[in-house]
Design a protein around this ligand. Structure first.
Ligand SMILES: [Zn+2]
Length: 250
């Protein structure tokens, strides 16, 4: 475990795809930087991938993870870790190219990031419309997975959604996508690593990466399945639409 702190540039400059960084710690195959644009796995969202150019070598990192720092307690906000190191995971046989104090150029996979951001925002819309029918349903979430091509939420519940409710939720999401509604993210006044997500008047705590307009989400399909007697899973997939090229950046 590293006790170093990484400056989370992805909260300051979300669309940066390239950055000069300094290696400040190395733990096994995990590289810790003074600052990073790679978003770590968290809240169900998979970590960013990319590569370093270091000492004339190109070395890929295949995952990004958040370490332990200060535990943050804020009212009506999930307990999160802030002031943490961020680990960039590389293959064991590439560790030789890295030394503490070295400078490197890092680049992230922006197509993957764009897809994760779309997928993540789309699953928020699913929950937003579920909550219209079942207020406070978010408290029943016990699992989340956000991947490039879709996402899912697992709920603790004995009351299963009916097909017509699923259809209603799906129709509302697709209507909002066509409406090109704005999506806003903003941080807590005093805690710069505590973030909120907002669409219309729906606000929730979330520190993931998101798009800023629903138009980037192509047509959404949702489905449900039972997780035993006491749970259900809602899965979402989306299409890539013509706005994707506009969103995608090098
Ligand atoms: Zn989010």
């Amino acid at each position: 475990m590293s006790t170093k702190v990484t400056d989370k540039y992805y909260y300051k400059e979300l669309y940066l795809s390239k950055l000069e960084v300094t290696i400040i710690d190395i733990i096994d195959n995990k590289i810790v930087l003074d600052k990073t644009i790679a978003f770590p796995q968290g809240g169900g969202q998979e970590g960013d991938r990319g590569f370093f150019i270091i000492n004339d070598q190109e070395v890929a990192f295949h995952d990004t993870q958040k370490g332990v720092g200060r535990t943050l307690y804020i009212d009506n906000f999930p307990t999160i870790q802030v002031d943490t190191p961020i680990y960039h995971l590389i293959d064991n046989d590439k560790i030789q190219y890295f030394s503490i104090g070295d400078k490197a150029i890092m680049k992230i996979d922006t197509i993957r990031r764009a897809k994760l951001s779309i997928s993540h925002s789309a699953i928020h819309l699913v929950l937003m419309y579920i909550e219209e029918i079942f207020p406070n349903y978010e408290k029943r979430v016990y699992g989340a997975s956000i991947k490039e091509d879709g996402a899912r939420l697992d709920f603790r519940t004995q009351e299963k959604f009916k097909p017509e409710q699923m259809q209603e939720i799906e129709n509302k999401i697709n209507a909002l996508i066509l409406k090109k509604e704005l999506i806003k993210t903003f941080s807590h006044d005093k805690e710069k690593e505590a973030w909120y997500w907002q669409c219309q008047d729906y606000i929730c705590a979330c520190g993931g990466t998101h798009i800023d307009n629903t138009k980037y989400i192509g047509k959404v399909k949702i489905k449900r399945k039972n997780l035993g007697k006491n749970g259900q899973r809602i899965s979402m997939i989306y299409e890539i639409n013509n706005f994707f090229q506009e969103y995608y950046y090098e």
